[in-house]
Write a protein that binds this ligand. Structure first.
Ligand code: SAH
Length: 218
């Protein structure tokens, strides 16, 4: 019998023991260093089993939540995917290990600039960074076989459902300020959505962009 691969200890403890099984996801988590995406003052905490601040009042998820979201997308490597809420760029970098082409969209120009720099170092496949309102998706590159949203909404944004390819999956935290559930929605060939609830989570909200902010296509 082939022996089980031996993962770094943190991956065993934080991910494998909690049930993450997709070896491509585990390999991506092992390949992309979270330290490369957290600000200097958080470096010492980069290995912790917890969310961390990344500036502009935003946070990078607990690694388990990144892994669970990525596993739910069930990517094979040939897909075009959309990451909503670029933040530090960590989730987008992980996606470049799992899909062929990654689009990521962020509402804060300052975060997007930093994420671009981080991704230039760590990306494994083409990644396109867009400044804009992620609630509207990025129609120019649609459809996407996978969409992952790093901020909560009350309902799945209709534009994201629209931009999902048949058979594609949308992973998004749904709920309210008091708490959310990470949900995987699969678009059936009929266009109907099949819903699977993954875990209770606490995310930052998917917000309306600031009036008059530096926002636009570039
Ligand atoms: N996945 C990120 C962390 C996401 S934090 C990472 O790996 O680092 C949620 C991000 O969503 C924040 O950066 C926030 O600015 C962004 N965000 C919130 N509302 C948004 C919107 N309407 N459009 C695009 N990004 C949004």
């Amino acid at each position: 019998m082939a022996s089980a691969p031996s993962w770094p200890l943190w991956i065993e403890q934080q991910l494998v023991r909690r049930g993450i099984r997709d070896r491509r996801v585990l390999a991506a988590m092992a390949a992309i260093p979270r330290e490369g995406f957290v600000p200097p003052q958080e470096q010492l905490h980069a290995g912790e089993d917890a969310p961390l601040p990344i500036g502009c009042g935003q946070t990078i998820s607990q690694p388990y939540v990144n892994a669970l979201s990525l596993e739910a997308l069930a990517l094979k490597g040939s897909e075009r995917v959309l990451d909503v809420g670029t933040g530090s760029g960590y989730q987008a970098a992980l996606l470049t290990c799992l899909a062929a082409e990654v689009h990521t969209i962020e509402v804060h120009a300052e975060l997007l600039d930093r994420a671009r720099a981080n991704l230039a170092v760590y990306r494994r496949a083409p990644v396109y960074c867009h400044l804009g309102d992620g609630r509207l998706g990025w129609p120019d590159a649609a459809p996407y076989e996978g969409i992952v949203v790093g901020a909560w909404a009350r309902e799945p944004p209709p534009a994201l459902v629209e931009q999902l390819a048949p058979g594609g999956r949308l992973v998004i935290p749904l709920g309210s300020e008091s708490g959310q559930t990470l949900v995987c929605l699969r678009k059936l060939p009929s266009g109907a959505l099949e819903r699977e609830e993954l875990v209770k989570v606490r995310f930052v909200p998917l917000v309306r962009p600031p009036e008059g902010g530096r926002l636009g296509r570039r």
